[in-house]
Design a protein around this ligand. Sequence first.
Ligand code: FPP
Length: 259
Amino acid sequence: MKAIWKRWFNKDASANIDDNSKAELKNLDIPEHVAIIMDGNGRWAKSRMLPRAAGHSEGMKVIRRITKFANEVGVKALTLYAFSTENWKRPEKEVNYLMKLPVEFLDTFLPELIEENVRVNIMGEIDGLPNHTRAAVEKAMKDTAHNDGLLLNLAFNYGSRAEMLLGVKQLMEDVKKGKVATDDITEELFSSYLMTDGIRDPDLLIRTSGEIRLSNFMLWQLAYTEFWFTDVLWPDFTEKDFMEAIKVYQARSRRYGGL
Ligand code: FPP
């Protein structure tokens, strides 16, 4: 590893969080499903005159820390937007690097995730991934299939519009086959044709890096989700930031269109 990179690695942000704060959080209303648009890796690297890959690599480590923390405070599902269907437009070198990250992440952390009872799921078009990436994520899903702790739902090669189109096509097939009657199509039924089938809609959405948009992420599922935006770049995102987001969520009152 280049010396210049080393300076930015091995931060122990969790040292800022004491057990009392975690316990305090646990007693309150914890969002069951948190979704995160992890943004700002490139800017993080640029501001340090590092290659963009360094930002993604650091971002990968943050995934590990935040997964651990979410599990500890009682979040049930954590969905992370790691690679969108639009990210294929990036330079080939960066795409190749991003495709290697799940392999590296799972090679390094899968034993810990298994030990912590985390179940890994990939939300996205797995068939469109290169063989090495696909093999790694399929192995992780298989090896953790029986875990019933936190669901780590990695959105990889995911796009919400493509997901909805696929769902509509499958639903139409089932209507054609007579398995579903048009009158029986409800919001619940349509939800079951999406990649989040069986996972409740996110309670809280976090986006880092100061961008205020959804970027084709979970457009159907975020209908009643609470949003929290922060200027913090993803590689700098700490357990403290996560805790702040949860506290803001806890202070909000969710009315789902009612009074
Ligand atoms: C957005 O930042 C981030 C991404 C497109 C990639 C996110 C990927 C990771 C955090 C690691 C993935 C790891 C695993 C294990 C799946 P950006 O590159 O758009 O940043 P910028 O807007 O500052 O350029």
